[in-house]
Design a protein around this ligand. Structure first.
Ligand code: SAH
Length: 343
């Protein structure tokens, strides 16, 4: 029998598995504490587990690892880690430090990405595979080991489309939430999606208190399809309807991410259109300055244009924040470091 990666299982799944195999189920909680709270990487070091149980674990399971390939630190303190998975695949994780000493970790959910947005590096080399639950969690364990504490916030804004890897992402969130593991509240976790409609509906039903961000980037179909080919499959107006339904049913706000790209989607006319499209609902907008990639012809607008765009939305009573892309000097946007590394 092939050994199973123990970090692929939620606490309930492990309890059930242990019981089925004739072991006591409270061992699952003890094991969770060793793996996620103490960061122990060898069953043999789990002292309060009986030797026979450790042997049982060793025979049936293993603890996967993640390896650092490259580390870069930006002038603005943002840190980016290029990490190698056990099969040699490469992903990225980014640490963003906010003014109040809070750490946000931006994690990847897939190797590569299917969606090939015009402005994003992650899709340029296509899609390889989904990350497993343990590969998602190993990114957080890696940071925990380095910082000697959990990150305060987790955002699924690294490489990949999290709602395309729905089951593994939800399981990982369940373990991130667990008080016997990371104990990170659901409201501190953000899923960012390019707009996979069926999965947004599914998320609405699963009743987790996670934050949802939807990458919009354009207020009309033609432009959105140009920037984000996924819009041909899940068109803008259907997406907005699904989002309206989501906020109504869950009573939770959705954040629309809108990257401002000079001369493409940053005119005040588009700000007006955006306001008309989403006004009157529990939505907010996060304007992101485009983080230029090497070789790309796209550019970031001037800060004055970004401010005017925001003003337009504010006048229409749409809560709007501006996010200056962090780590511009270290290629911190989605997939950029990996692209440079693999050149
Ligand atoms: N697939 C998901 C999550 C990954 S992208 C999604 O589409 O939301 C996370 C965020 O980074 C998205 O809002 C994406 O549009 C943004 N992003 C990607 N490339 C960028 C760039 N070059 N500059 C600024 N933001 C970028």
């Amino acid at each position: 029998m092939k050994k199973k990666d123990i970090k692929d299982f939620t606490l309930d799944e492990l309890k059930k598995k242990f019981e089925d195999l004739g072991e006591k189920k409270f061992r699952a909680t003890q094991l969770f504490h060793w793996v996620y709270k103490k960061g122990v990487e060898d069953f043999n070091d789990m002292f309060n587990l009986p030797v026979v149980f450790r042997k049982f674990l060793y025979n049936n399971f293993y603890l996967s690892n993640i390896e650092l390939l490259k580390f870069v630190k930006s002038k603005d303190e943002t840190e980016k880690y290029l990490l190698r998975l056990e099969d040699g695949s490469v992903i990225e994780t980014v640490l963003i430090f906010s003014s109040r000493e809070r750490i946000t970790e931006c994690i990847s959910s897939q190797v590569g990405c299917k969606y090939n947005c015009l402005f994003c590096e992650s899709g340029k080399k296509g899609f390889t595979r989904n990350l497993t639950v343990s590969e998602i969690l190993n990114q957080v364990l890696f940071v925990k080991k380095k910082m000697q504490s959990n990150p305060h916030n987790i955002v699924f804004m690294g490489i990949g489309e999290p709602l395309d890897n729905y089951d593994n992402v939800i399981k990982a969130i369940c373990i991130l939430n667990s008080k016997d593991a990371f104990n990170i509240g659901a409201r501190k976790i953000t899923i960012s999606t390019c707009g996979i409609i069926p999965a947004i509906r599914k998320l609405q039903e699963c009743n987790r208190q996670v934050e949802l961000s939807v990458s919009l980037h354009a207020p009309e179909n033609k432009l959105r399809s140009y920037l984000m080919p996924v819009n041909n499959k899940y068109p803008l107006y259907d997406l907005i309807e699904v989002c309206k339904n989501y906020v109504k049913k869950t009573n939770r706000q959705i954040t629309f991410e809108y990257i401002l790209i000079k001369g493409i989607n940053d005119s005040l006319n588009y700000a007006d259109k955006l306001a008309r499209l989403i006004g009157g609902f529990n939505f907010k907008v996060n304007l992101i300055t485009f983080n230029p990639t090497s070789g790309s012809l796209l550019q970031s607008p001037d800060i004055s244009q970004i401010k005017s765009f925001r003003e337009k939305l504010l006048v229409k009573k749409i809560p709007t924040t501006i996010r200056i892309s962090k780590g511009r000097d270290i290629s911190a946007a989605c997939g950029q470091l990996k692209s440079l590394y693999l050149k």
